[in-house]
Design a protein around this ligand. Structure first.
Ligand SMILES: Cc1ncc(COP(=O)(O)O)c(C=O)c1O
Length: 300
């Protein structure tokens, strides 16, 4: 296996218990798998998704990574960082118009050497079509293509390694779901008696079921592991928040000193507490909450 060569990574990521009266009263243990601490600029699922892609790009002799994302994409930032540390050129194809000055997320990517280019929203929606890919290849030459969110076969295989790192027994692993690549991998790596729950952070997330099965099929030939989606914790949709979610984040930070990323991790953590409160999680269960990103945009 080719790991990232020049980056100091905290792997296996730490595991810690969340000690909370509400969980204790329900007889449920929650362990935090702190993938956000793997690397300040390549946290969590980003490193897990990118490592086998980097190895594949090297095998193919390609020195440029091209990927896609919105103007606040964590994946865009992480790809820029990996390129910077591992000696790849990076191109970020951003949804929508250019806005100057760049927001802090894109400013960070540019400072890490990423070349930014923009597609209007209609063209961006067709970004996997041959026409759009062909145009990008004509403009940028031979590139290693990473899909939006970095979720492809290699990413799934990287995320599947999480379960094997666990040093304590557990029953259920929860993770936030954007594109589904993380859940596809995590679920595939579980033992038979374990299961995974994905919490889509976008509205109408049930469609992700098929995407996740497709990702697992590309990696393993079939649906893999025991998993399902809890689709009622999107709080209005992708990058939407409510006062209730903000109060939860504040309270969580006060109790545990951990500021949850509100786009992803906070919605997953809220779901865990709500399912425990409603008695859906059975007493005696040990849950792992995968913290796969951080709320901070790193500084260069
Ligand atoms: C911090 C964080 N958590 C969770 C996810 C969801 O991962 P996936 O897109 O693999 O479902 C993302 C998106 O990649 C993310 O940035």
């Amino acid at each position: 296996m080719d790991d990232l060569r020049s980056v100091d990574l905290q792997v296996p990521s730490p595991l810690s218990e969340l000690r909370d009266d509400r969980l204790g009263a329900a007889g449920v243990r929650v362990l935090l798998k702190r993938d956000d601490l793997i690397h300040p600029e390549i946290p969590g699922n980003k490193w897990r998704k990118l490592k086998y892609n980097i190895a594949a790009a090297r095998r193919l002799g390609l020195d440029t990574l091209l990927t896609f994302g919105g103007a606040y994409s964590n994946h865009i930032r992480a790809t820029a960082a990996v390129g910077y540390y591992e000696g790849f050129n990076t191109i970020g194809v951003i949804r929508g118009e250019e806005h100057l000055p760049l927001n802090p997320s894109l400013a960070y990517a540019a400072a890490r050497g990423m070349r930014l280019t923009y597609l209007d929203r209609t063209t961006y929606r067709a970004k996997t079509s041959e026409a759009v890919i062909g145009r990008l290849r004509r403009e940028f030459g031979e590139v290693y293509l990473l899909p939006e969110g970095g979720s492809n076969r290699e990413a799934v295989v990287g995320c599947a390694e999480i379960a094997a790192e666990m040093t304590e027994p557990f029953d259920v692993l929860f993770c936030a779901v954007g594109t589904g690549g993380t859940l596809a991998g995590v679920a595939a790596g579980l033992d038979r008696h374990q299961s995974a729950v994905g919490v889509p952070v976008l509205k109408g997330g049930a469609f992700l079921e098929k995407e996740i099965v497709d990702l697992q099929t590309s990696a393993y030939g079939a649906r893999s592991g025991t998993w399902h989606l809890e689709c009622d914790y999107h709080f209005g949709g992708y990058a939407k928040r409510t006062a209730e979610l903000d109060t939860f984040i504040e309270d969580f930070e006060k109790r545990y000193g951990l500021l949850l990323d509100w786009v992803y991790e906070a919605k997953m953590m809220y779901a865990i507490f709500d399912l425990v409160r409603r008695g859906v999680v059975i007493p005696g269960a040990t849950i792992v909450a995968l913290i796969s990103g951080s709320a901070e945009v790193p500084e260069v």
